[in-house]
Design a protein around this ligand. Structure first.
Ligand SMILES: [Zn+2]
Ligand SMILES: [Zn+2]
Length: 134
């Protein structure tokens, strides 16, 4: 994939923030946090689509927003393992290989179902969000 300057900007944000999932609007706010607009919302959408297609980021959902969120996928460490994403704050946890393997093996054995771990995000609530709720 050809990395334009805008695409690089997005890619760098995601690789420096591997534990968040963000909406296009949130990215627009963060990336243009100066006096000069570096990247507009429509090119953010366009580049998010290209990065998703190329497998550098993955689309996730959230509880309180109808907008899609996106999270980083590390080419070196994210393959062949599951990820957990908080429905409320979007925090993403990159599950250890060991735990992921164990769950995938159990699901295959018990349910006779081979999970596509690269496409799968497990949704729930992180500890901070559970504590806030009480
Ligand atoms: Zn990961
Ligand atoms: Zn959370």
């Amino acid at each position: 994939m050809y990395m334009t300057a805008q695409r690089k900007l997005l890619f760098r944000y995601f690789s420096e923030h591997p534990d968040v999932s963000v909406t296009a609007r949130q990215l627009c706010d963060v990336l243009n946090n100066g006096d000069q607009v570096k990247i507009g919302l429509s090119s953010i959408y366009r580049n998010l689509a290209a990065l998703t297609k190329a497998g550098f980021i993955l689309q996730t959902i959230s509880q309180d927003s109808k907008e899609a969120r996106y999270r980083y996928v590390s080419p070196e460490t994210c393959g062949h393992r599951l990820h957990l994403t908080c429905l409320r704050c979007g925090k993403t946890f990159h599950m250890t290989q060991k735990l992921s393997d164990r769950l995938l093996t159990d699901i295959l054995r018990v349910e006779d179902f081979a999970v596509d771990e690269n496409q799968t995000t497990v949704y729930g609530l992180c500890r901070d969000c559970r504590e806030q709720r009480n």
